[in-house]
Design a protein around this ligand. Sequence first.
Ligand code: SAM
Length: 489
Amino acid sequence: MDVDGGTAYSEFVQQTETFLRWFQALPGATFHPDIRIEDLSHRNAGRGIIATKDIPAETVLFTIPRSSILCAATSSLPKHLPSLFTPTATNPQSSDSEDESPSSPSQDSWTSLILILLHEHLLGPSSPWSAYLSILPSHFSTPMFWTPSELLHLQSSAIISKIGQSSADTMLRTKILPIIRSHPSLFPSSATLPDSDLLALAHRMGSAIMSYAFDLEPAPDSDEEPEPDDENGGWVEDRDHLTPMGMVPMADMLNADAVFNAHINHSEEHLTATALRTIPAGEEVLNYYGPLSNAELLRRYGYVTPNHARYDVVELPWPLIERRLRERFNVGMKETQWAAVNDALDEVEDSFVLEWASEEPDSTGQQPDTPPVFGGLPEELDEQVRAFLKAVRKVNTLAGEALEDKHTRKEIYLDSVLRALRDREAEYATPLEEDEQLVASGAVEGRQAMAVWVRKGEKQILRAAQKWVEGVLEELRRSDGPSAKRRRH
Ligand SMILES: C[S@@+](CC[C@H](N)C(=O)[O-])C[C@H]1O[C@@H](n2cnc3c(N)ncnc32)[C@H](O)[C@@H]1O
């Protein structure tokens, strides 16, 4: 992330101080004297919060009053445009409406928050959140903002197809710009901005939401404390586009990792950041975004970390497996028969996700010492290949005879998957060893380094999966199954 977007250092520090003063003046806010907001831009981490003295476990690090959360319940925008904001537990519909577009469709949680952020941002110093908004980044390192040559470093990662630049563009053009254009007084100075500038500003707000906003659950209506593992204490990470979202000043000053030491808890009136274990002086206070792969971390937040590599995944597309399966029966199989095989398959999964067998961090935010292992192929892949082979048996009596043997079926399955795994690895432009060398030598930096981490993680799973399949195949071929006996005759 480029937090200051080129802002001079002194301005960066000044903005931090203004934000902290604003935060501490909020009724009900607290900020522990032994923590400090620090400039971590030298390691591309923007601002972060550091312990200045040893902090005991369970210390409350800071308290955020719910009234300071920027969301549909607190911004003035929904009061002016109530028909656009679906009433929810946290957003009771206002009756003093000045809405001039009663027929406008209501917005989802993303577009609502984009409009709110644009409204508050364009209000400038008259927004109650201006000190907070001024420290939000204006530039992002998410792949949406990468150049085509930077994207090439991601090679064949499936992340490329998930960036969604053009769908975001379409959404902003169709759902955001028309509302701003028809209510210029609610978005001060927007009338002077051409569509291209307004679109860029809306993209910036969308990206800030992606990497800063929390999914906002209704406040608990009893004084019961949420369970510690209750989906981040009621602030869930699943972006389902329906849960209301909010920007939570100070909670979003925390950087995050898969080894972490703090947690955000919620109660009816406020949110609190609490130390999960002793945080030694000088250590960064870290939150947790969930068991995300580095690819997903990069897509949503614009960074990667070695600790997230244990949650890496790689996609194995079905066409690669199907091609290798077909090769086993090509002799004597006509296209019409293949069409019949396809028709016989009910629902075909397009691709299968391979991952490490990895545990979640413990309740103090720590990971097991042991490296993750590859635990096996996904059950759904096994089922889809079984259904495929069953269909082949039906349409091809010659192949059908051999396929009656369970051993043969398993061998065909594993051998085809192994070849598909090799094919998938070959789709990447460089070998795994080269990426490992690049990371170890520190020869790459910035976006290229992040891309190398992503593709290296994916190739490592492909390698581990190949090794795993080779082991099972070897075992199978060694075993004295019925097919082995038949082959000897
Ligand atoms: C919620 S904000 C955290 C505060 C942020 N550093 C700032 O200066 O405003 C999330 C963003 O911080 C950065 N970030 C969070 N954790 C990080 C980490 N472990 N390493 C590098 N950057 C990190 C990423 O740019 C991410 O999109």
